[in-house]
Design a protein around this ligand. Sequence first.
Ligand code: HSE
Length: 338
Amino acid sequence: MRVALAGLGVVGRSLLELVRDRREELLKAYGLNPRFVAVADKSGAVARATGISPHEILEQKRRGGITGIEGAEVKSGTLLDLLGELDIDVYIDATPTNIVDGEPSYSLIRKAILARADVITVNKGPLALAFPAIRELAERRGVIFRFSGTVGGGMPVLEFAKECARADTIVAIEGVLNGTTNFILTRMEEEGLDFPTALKQAQELGYAERDPTLDIKGLDTACKITILANAVLGMKVTLHDVEVVGIDGVAREDIVDALKSGEVIRLIGRAGRRLSVMPERIPKGDTLNVKEAMNAVRFTTQYSGRHTITGKGAGGYETATAILRDLISIKQRRLVET
Ligand code: HSE
């Protein structure tokens, strides 16, 4: 499988490590053998038709920049140009989220789809801004479009939703969808940490976005609610349809006050008749009361009640596992078709 990868932050590097360390297992269990024929980070892009090994990419990245990768047949340029020139089966987008215009991810995804490559993205920006348009383009071009890692980190929220909806209809979604803010709220609640210290810890653990205000102001949760509303409820909405309040207004006293009434404060995203994100007081025993960087998503169905999935919602290996899951699903679907 010829793969182009953009983005070598925590998630991109974790993916390369997983492929390097689990190569035999992936091949044996799923026949999956990703060959990285192009790779890009903020320094530029390089390509080699025979593939660049994950070890080589990681080493070169550690030394200062992938554009230093040399050898026969190495092409360099922008990934946008290379995507049009190279023969690629799958484009993996692990670039950082930009919710202003979704770039550079949006253009890269479009280019890959137009070049008839299947696409996997963990970047929430383009989906939060233009989910219906991307889905339509992918359908028209007959390419597979997967985005499991955009919601819930490594936990298979979208796959779980598919199962819940198999003989039923999901009518509403609610959940704790941001690991960073949940981590901060939990640390403030249980250890009495102040906000900046808790945020710093979340950043050190690799949970926060490159721009952590996306987490704090509830926008990351709003992106995920938008993605779920489109993908699970079949709505055609964007980030701008979500009413958003972050946790920056939550004081330690609010947390203590809630605890006295047997409640905790959690940043809850909701999709149903309306879309919203806001800090809410919920009973300690509520299934949405998860700790640290855990996420919890609850689907309300028409006939079978409510189903909740919980798991670690942020982190490099967790999100990279979601990419592998998408790669396996693409591999299996393409095998059925041939
Ligand atoms: N910054 C995000 C979070 C990463 O904290 O949940 C996973 O989407």
